[in-house]
Design a binder for this molecule. Sequence first.
Ligand code: NDP
Length: 332
Amino acid sequence: MKVLVTGGSGFIASHCLKTLLARNHTVVTTVRSAEKGEKILAAYPESSKGQLSYVVVPDIAQEHAFDQAIISEPPFDAILHTASPFHFNFQDPKELLDPAINGTKGILCAIKEKAPSVKRVVITSSFAAIVNPDGHPDVYSEDSWNTVTYEEGIEDRGKTYRASKALAERAAWSFMEEEKPGFSLATICPPYVFGPPIHVPESQKALNTSNAYFAMLMHGGWKEKLPPTGTWLWVDVRDIALAHVRAMEVPEAAGKRFFTTAGHFDMKEVAEIAQKRFPEYADKLPTELTSDKPSALYGCDNSRSKEILGLEYLPLESSVVDTIKFLQSHQI
Ligand code: NDP
């Protein structure tokens, strides 16, 4: 298939590129600048054979941002829309909300109007679009929705990221309902995504948000106290990349949301793995490791992702070990 992947410079997108190329798809990725595009091409040998190329889309929040990128010859068969800001360093909440919501609506409109060859769109949503901190259900599944509003996302910075993801995903499903385009949609909802990056970040500061915990650990940031786990669910980036690609390839994925998690974890388990496998970090970790996982914790149902996408989730130890090894080898 010929596939457009948005945000190729991103942590998750970089693994989607790798998985797509390994499965012989031809890929074009959007990036914010030619400089970023050239770096990506250099990271994948397949680009020299023409299997990977890039197109510049400077800001997905802008109207008609994707109108040119979506037109290709031969035309695209499928789109993976992963680009969306995931950080907490924003000044104005709209820095998160606008690219997430406008970017999602914008790409769907552009596909409908300008790329009739596209048959499947896969959007990277998040557990942030599922979790409901004001009233956890007994078990989270694809039926669960975060009810946060746009106004709450503007007023409460603690809710902004969750609002960006929940409202973007809702907008996508509403678009499908109202516009009835000629393509089908699948969404992928991961919690914390860990694992070794493909693109080497220039500095610790440039590391993606979810892996920043590991850099903190290696630099002694966990010494006094473990960081709060937040939501006690995780998944490896290699499984998430496969989830996107399978959601694009598998006919039965059409019209479905996928809650893609390997299961529960807490920072104590991460610290224990680090202690066991990297004894050189013993002096970076507190001597008494305590869990912040509540005894009565919500459950999670990932059965749809196993049944339809065929996912078999990597264990936490592999993810932690491979991530730390990556950071060590690049001195991040
Ligand atoms: P990254 O920060 O590594 O990637 C984000 C990508 O989005 C980058 O390519 C970035 O471009 C691009 N982007 C952000 N804002 C804009 C904009 N205004 N215009 C154009 N491009 C933009 O994050 P992840 O790979 O971790 O996240 C990717 C997706 O996965 C996001 O949708 C995120 O919400 C979701 N997700 C991530 C989780 C995680 O734990 N990592 C968990 C659940 C969901 P640039 O590099 O140029 O800034």
